[in-house]
Design a protein. Structure first.
Length: 449
């Protein structure tokens, strides 16, 4: 047992030595050297606040307060490098693990990664030499990526590398556990698998998904997400999306939307919640722009749609069709069982055509254009009556804004209302509107002007 006691004392002494040795080893004299070498490699100014060595749990070196770029496009609180000590005697130095704490990376830095990671060219006919430094794994703790001005994170990441420092497997999980993703290379592309629960898109519209599954591939030229499935606002969403970034940015895709609550979706799209109901749609979309950040402004979308059991808020179509005066009641609304049409979105302008509204004894059809500033223009033909034989068709001009729409009878309908009121009194107003509308249509009047 004596040898066991001696061995235990020796091990304890070794651990004590490793724990206190860093207190007597100063590496700050090497800060300028490290800054110069890293700056030369990246072509960017590099600042480091300090270097320190540690012995437990394995010998390592920690770099504190890293800042890369004139505007700090990359910052990190600490980078801990754990080498394989025996490999330091060989031609290839092996790093067991690099741990990066509180990394913050901007879009500018992301754009430069391909150039930073580019390998030195090898003369033709010569074998590729082994790397001077081989890294086995990289860990990210509380990292954040700034996508333009929108932060993604904090998240934790894990990257394992092959012998030639190429990617073997990468994984990401947000700090709240709501998003998980795996990236694995396959031949000439990278396969991406991601899933999320109770998660909001970090860029673009702030759409909140109850569940989301995304599968696809990424190459150096673009990405193809060919399997997108989600549950959102009480309904479901499915589709595919392709994005390329060679010679500008290009986006195209399609989706299938089924029974999604329209009002919270409009809020997420930063639009006035002017309508409620269950939305069904099958949009096709595409966009071309010089840069990825400009794709949303260049977006073109086309889709048939229908909304079931909803309310068109801010206007009462029945009242507008039977009165020459604007209804200024802010709580006005038109309940409907079914509203359908065709939507074209082009650079912020929305054109709604083939509109059909069914609501009890009321039916309506027409077209409406919404400007990027949410200004309304167009025409609605309201039909009020229990049957086709007794229905009165009244054309209404559409104006105002999405938040405060205005529906008023056309000039011919107003003239008819004046005559009807003069002849029959208040009871003749609605009759006169209907007669004036028919006369206007008979003589080819353009009531949309």
């Amino acid at each position: 047992m004596k040898w066991l006691k001696i061995g235990g004392l020796a091990l304890g002494g070794l651990i004590l030595l490793l724990a206190v040795a860093p207190l007597f080893i100063s590496l700050n004299d090497y800060v300028l050297v490290v800054e110069a070498q890293v700056s030369s490699k990246l072509g960017e100014p590099v600042k480091i606040s300090g270097l320190r060595a540690g012995g437990l749990p394995l010998p390592h070196v920690t770099v504190d307060g890293i800042r890369i770029g004139k505007t700090g496009s990359i910052t990190a609180a600490h980078v801990t490098i754990t080498p394989d000590l025996w490999s330091l005697l060989g031609s290839t130095k092996i790093i067991r693990r690099i741990r990066i704490d509180q990394l913050v990376m901007t879009q500018k830095a992301i754009d430069k990664i391909p150039a930073w990671a580019k390998a030195e060219p090898v003369p033709a006919g010569k074998p590729v030499p082994p790397p001077a430094v081989r890294v086995k794994s990289i860990l990210l703790d509380n990292a954040t990526v700034m996508l333009n001005k929108t932060p993604f994170g904090p998240f934790h990441g894990s990257v394992t590398l092959n012998d030639d420092n190429s990617l073997d497997l990468a994984s990401i999980v947000t700090a709240d556990g709501k998003l998980r993703a795996l990236i694995k290379p396959e031949r000439t592309f990278y396969r991406v698998e991601a899933s999320a629960k109770d998660w909001t898109l970090p860029i673009g519209p702030a759409i909140r998904f109850n569940e989301l599954v995304v599968n696809g591939v990424v190459t150096t030229k673009g990405t193809n997400l060919n399997d997108i499935r989600g549950k959102v606002y009480g309904g479901t969403l499915g589709g595919r999306l392709a994005l390329s970034w060679q010679k500008g940015a290009r986006l195209k895709g399609n989706a299938s939307i089924h029974r999604v609550e329209l009002r919270p979706l409009l809020r997420a799209l930063d639009r006035p919640p002017s309508m409620s109901g269950k939305l069904n749609a099958k949009p096709l979309f595409w966009a071309n722009a010089p840069r990825a950040g400009e794709l949303l402004r260049a977006l073109h979308l086309e889709s048939p749609f229908d909304v079931q059991n909803g309310v068109l808020r801010g206007v009462d179509i029945s009242k507008a069709a039977t009165s020459v005066f604007r209804d200024k009641n802010p709580s006005a609304g038109t309940r409907f069982e079914h509203l359908s049409g065709h939507l074209v979105l082009d650079r912020g302008t929305r054109r709604l055509t083939q509109l059909n509204i069914a609501s009890g004894s009321l039916s309506a059809d027409g077209r409406v254009t919404i400007s990027p500033e949410d200004q309304l223009s167009g025409r609605i033909n309201a039909n009020i009556g229990a049957s086709e034989s007794t229905a009165a068709s009244v054309p209404l001009n559409v104006s105002g804004t999405v938040a405060s729409p205005i529906l008023l009878p056309t000039a011919g309908a107003v003239a008819g209302a004046a005559v009807g009121t003069a002849v029959l009194g208040p009871a003749g107003t609605a009759i006169g509107i209907a007669i004036g509308a028919k006369l206007e249509k008979l003589f080819g009047g353009d009531s949309s002007q």
